[in-house]
Ligand binder design. Structure first.
Ligand code: 13P
Ligand code: SF4
Length: 316
């Protein structure tokens, strides 16, 4: 196996930008940084792929992230490290069922979470990520707009509670964040009253209610490093702890408890699809580029582009 430095050199020599999410293997995150690629939340990944001059983007994440990169940069070649890397939110929001849901609410602005297929994004007025969802919905609500929201019900209900917007919400959830448990989290907080609790908004409402900070992965990492607390309880995929420890090496981090587990469980709070992204797959793709680069049919891409571009422009 070549060293990280050797892989980074190969990526740079081939003019490939490696764009990784914080839920991927720590080695993949380190390689993305070392090769001058990007480690980020969904919004940062989308923006980086769009703005970067490299002709080839290698996405270490899940399918919706690679599709987003392709929609925003149709002339670039986009690879996903593992073609089977998907997302429970995407799986449970099929485009035909979503079209029927939308048809029932023709008077609503359609706001779709980035964790969806290109075909669902193509039906949206706005695509948003967790880092910007609150601001976009507040903006629409202030304009008197009623909203149709899909697919994450927990994120949707949290935004509704923060904005008082009129929202009809699809019944979807993330299999990883849905596992965090409020009763056990409250008990952990009681043991560590000095700890700062960081929660991703895909978590259930009673878990979010116990949070000091609610935000996207990048927002949680920033809070972990800037807040004076030296102990943090973290309710999101545990691979994020790698970036948190890099950002705040002197601090301690504890995993928030999931169903039936104290928080020390090795397999819970790890997204199974994000976990498919390994350094071996980066090496394999570098040695023999897959013939199955991500493709999005032009009519779908053109419509989805408008809703995604609106998000990037709003987030300027
Ligand atoms: P972020 O945009 O906060 O990184 O979230 C992406 C995701 O899939 C969370 O489960
Ligand atoms: Fe999807 Fe949840 Fe995995 Fe994020 S953590 S990619 S929302 S299944």
């Amino acid at each position: 196996m070549p060293s990280l430095q050797e892989l980074a050199t190969q990526l740079q020599e081939k003019n490939i930008a490696l764009i990784a999410h914080y839920y991927t293997d720590p080695l993949v995150q380190d390689l993305a940084k070392l090769s001058q690629g990007c480690v980020g939340d969904s919004l940062e990944m989308a923006r980086f792929g769009h703005d970067h001059p490299a002709q080839t983007l290698m996405v270490a994440g899940v399918k919706f992230m690679a599709e987003t990169a392709k929609i925003l940069s149709p002339d670039k070649t986009v690879y996903l490290l593992d073609q089977d890397a998907t997302c429970s939110l995407d799986i449970h929001c099929p485009s035909d069922a979503f079209a029927a849901f939308k048809a029932q609410h023709p008077d609503r602005v359609v706001v779709v979470y980035a964790n969806t297929s290109a075909a669902v994004k193509a039906q949206a007025d706005w695509v948003i990520t967790s880092s910007i969802a609150l601001d976009v919905v507040r903006h629409l609500h202030n304009q008197g707009k009623k909203i149709l929201w899909a697919p994450d019900k927990y994120l949707g209900h949290w935004i509704q509670s923060q904005t008082q917007a009129d929202m009809v919400i699809w019944d979807g959830a993330c299999v990883v964040h849905e596992e965090f448990k409020a009763k056990e989290l409250a008990a952990l907080q009681a043991q560590h009253p000095e700890a700062l609790t960081l929660v991703h908004p895909e978590s259930p409402a009673d878990v979010i209610a116990l949070a000091d900070i609610v935000g996207s992965t990048t927002q949680l990492i920033k809070a972990a490093s800037t807040h004076p607390a030296t102990l943090c309880i973290v309710a999101t995929d545990q691979h994020i702890l790698h970036a948190m420890r890099q950002a705040a090496p002197h601090k301690q981090f504890i995993a928030a408890p999931t169903a039936g587990h104290s928080g020390s469980c090795k397999s819970c709070a790890f997204c199974p699809w994000m976990g498919l992204n390994t350094i071996e797959k980066v090496q394999a793709l570098l040695q023999q580029p897959s013939t199955t680069a991500i493709e999005v049919p032009t009519p779908v891409r053109t419509k989805a582009f408008q809703a995604l571009k609106k998000m990037l422009d709003f987030a300027q």
